[in-house]
Structure formats: C-alpha cells, structure tokens
Design a protein around this ligand. Sequence first.
Ligand code: SIN
Length: 287
Amino acid sequence: MSASSENLDLFTPVFKHFRHLSDKDCLIQAYSITTHPTLFQQCPLNISIDVDSSLGLQPISTWSLYSCKFSNGLYFLSNPFTLNGQRQWINRCLNNYARQTRTSVGDNSDNQNLTRIRWATLGYHYDWTNKIYKQDDHTNIPDELVQLSQTIAQVISSNTNCPMIYPEAVIINYYHLNSTLCAHTDHSEYDALTKPLLSISFGNSAIFLIGGQTKTECQPSPMLLHSGDIIIMTGTSRLCFHAIPRILSDPFLNDILYKNIDDDNDKVCWSYIHDKRININLRQVYT
Ligand code: SIN
C-alpha cells in the first residue's frame, strides 16, 4: 500500500454518498434487520426486572437486541418503547430538557427558541470549543433519564459482556430534515471510555454511519435508525468515528405516533417533530 492510500479518508466519501442519495436508495442501502438480516446477530434476553411505567417501555420479554457484526461492540435495540412512551419522551425533550439555559441558542427558559435549538445538555456540560467536560459545570440529570439508561443497560449487560453505565452527561441533539452531524469520536469522557454510550432516536429516521478509530481504517457502515431505536456503543465501537449524514422523512410517523390524538400538548409536539428528529445520548464521564 502506498503512503498516500494509507492516509486516504474512507469516511467522507460515504458521508457524501448518503448525503445526496434519494430516500428510496438510502432505505435500500442502509443496514436494517429487514434489509440486511445477516449483519445482525440476535442476543437472547433472559432477565426479568420491574420496569417503572413512567419509562414508557414495552415488557422486556418483547425486546429485540442484536449485536452488529459490522462494528465490534455495537449493539442495536429495536424500538423498546410503547407508542405513548415515545410521545412522552418527545414531550420531555421539547418541554423539559430544551427549556433551560444550556442549549445551542443560549437561554431557552421560556421555550421561545425551540425550533432553532440544535442541542441541549444535562449533567456535566460539554465545552464544545475545548472539547472537554468541566467538573464544576454540572446540572441535574432528571431521574427518569437515569432510570431509563440504567434499565436498558441492566438488561443488556446481564445478557452480553457490555458493562453497566451510570449517566453523568446527556446531550440531546435536535435535527431538522436537512441537518447533518459530522464525523467525530466521543473521547472526552476521561476514565470512562470503557463504559458504554447509549443513543436513543425519536421522530424521523436517520442514517447513522460508524467507521473505524481513524477515518482511514475502513469504510463506515450505514445503519438505519427509526423512532424509538437505541444503539449502545461499547468495546471498540465506543472509540470509532460516527456521523449522521442524513435525516429521512418517515412517511408513517403520523400514523405511528400521533394519529387520532386530541391532546393539545401532543398536537404541539407533533407540529415540532413531524419534520425533525431528536437523539438523546448518555455517557459516563468521570467514574
Ligand atoms: C451523536 O453521535 O452525538 C449523535 C448521533 C445521533 O444523532 O444518532
């Protein structure tokens, strides 16, 4: 291999490919259980724990967990939420987690800037300029988010070799249909790189790319994420480059989540989410 081909960025061309692909071809080419079943290995789940009904989860016996053969240590939990549960989490992301001072648009305590928000942070806040967390810059992580991540991590860790997680930092990403998230690694979590990162999707679908620990190591794999799906990055995948090149308008979102809803608050949530996607990701930072 020549020096120049060793240094070739294999990530960006795939990012650009999905950025410009038709929705139909994205759905064909991206990996999902239905289109690429051989790339996913189902993990049997043997656990019974009491799950608080406020978490909006289906009974654990109905969950489907897969390890992703295309990225070592990456797990995919196919939407474990009830429909009402998904609506509740979307509502929390809009009316609670975005209504505060630590957002991409600054103070949004009155929620006037909701449609412009790109991210909000909870727990240890991320310093985006210096790419660090600051120990003295911390606000509370709501109990329901701690409970949700602990419940999911407990189910996964008791059936795989994925470690438990105690969330200390949460980033909520708010995407418009034309938003992207550039290739990056999450490596600011000091001693916690061995701890999994949980990433939860709501609203419209997305193409999630996951590559190697450098952009030159391998071509990234494209994964399709729908509303309610969860990915868990642990082991090698925890250190890998990943990105969102594309949000895909989900034609069934209304039928799935909001059809025949007459609650006024649900109508407000629908008017936001019908052309957006929300991602909640939770990390352990210091412990
Ligand atoms: C992230 O990597 O920070 C977010 C990924 C996503 O939106 O699914």
